[in-house]
Design a protein around this ligand. Structure first.
Ligand SMILES: Nc1ncnc2c1ncn2[C@@H]1O[C@H](COP(=O)(O)OP(=O)(O)OP(=O)(O)O)[C@@H](O)[C@H]1O
Ligand SMILES: [Mg+2]
Length: 246
């Protein structure tokens, strides 16, 4: 079977900066891939090429067995790819359920009007949170009142509520306390159990080692390592991350 994601020889330049210099990257079905590298190595850029935020200057993108050209994140979302950014992109003044359905609200028509199906969204939203075993102190509070880890959980719930096949997380636990970060890692494992693939970008190598099936290392826009979890050690990863790319 072809991998879920296959990126071949991707090149992305920004003026004089060659952010990605011919990188291959794949994700298998139900696989968690850790993506690591120094600041500026090209991790976020590579994932933005995958989600259609950036158009590549070279290379090919395959998803679920087909050659694809995503013109924007709208296209990649339609295909089942969701990205959770560090700033999470939540609507701070809305409650968790409203955030899950933000921009994809359930509606019904009544007397010729399109109305929000509040009760259905509430029910489906609760069920989804329960499936992921996400527990929040209240579903009535705006998300700005939640902790960092709870907000992260809401962002992941939002990303996975609509038939996602791949969830990309760019530094999801960067500002979290240890216990909260651990919950996010558990959540990634739970997604994998449900057959959803994930890419985890993180500078916290222990987190990456804890949750990944495979770890890809970028160094100045090049892939310098692609290690099954069994072959990855902290030392080896650090060596590849700081090593001089040719
Ligand atoms: N929109 C942009 N315009 C110009 N240059 C950019 C843009 N986005 C990224 N770059 C440059 O491309 C290179 C790779 O950046 P990228 O954000 O992909 O790195 P990264 O691996 O995600 O780093 P970090 O760990 O710091 O987030 C950097 O030199 C960066 O300055
Ligand atoms: Mg980045």
């Amino acid at each position: 079977m072809m991998p879920l994601v296959e990126m071949r020889q991707i090149v992305k330049t920004f003026g004089p900066v060659m952010a990605v210099r011919g990188a291959d990257f794949s994700v298998n079905h139900g696989e968690v891939v850790g993506l690591v590298g120094d600041n500026g190595a090209g991790k976020s850029t590579l994932m933005k090429v995958l989600t259609g935020v950036h158009q590549p200057d070279g290379g090919e993108l395959w998803f679920a067995g087909r050659r694809v050209h995503f013109g924007s994140s709208v296209d990649s979302r339609r295909a089942g790819i969701e990205m959770v950014y560090q700033d999470l992109g939540l609507a701070e003044n809305l409650n968790p359920i409203a955030n899950i359905f933000l921009g994809r609200e359930m509606t019904h028509s009544f007397a010729g009007l399109r109305l929000l199906s509040e009760a259905e969204m509430d029910q489906a939203g609760r069920r989804h949170l329960e499936n992921l075993q996400i527990r929040l102190p209240s579903l009535a509070l705006p998300v700005e009142r939640l902790s960092g880890g709870q907000r992260q959980s809401v962002a992941i719930a939002r990303a996975t509520a609509f038939q996602a096949r791949l969830v990309i997380m760019d530094e999801p636990a960067a500002s979290l306390a240890v216990a909260e970060a651990a919950k996010v890692l558990l959540l990634i494992k739970r997604l994998r159990e449900q057959g959803i693939s994930a890419v985890l970008i993180s500078h916290r190598l222990q987190d990456v080692l804890d949750v990944s099936d495979r770890i890809v290392v970028l160094n100045r826009g090049l892939k310098v390592g692609d290690l099954p979890r069994e072959e990855a050690t902290m030392e080896r990863l650090v060596g590849l991350i700081v090593g001089k790319a040719s």
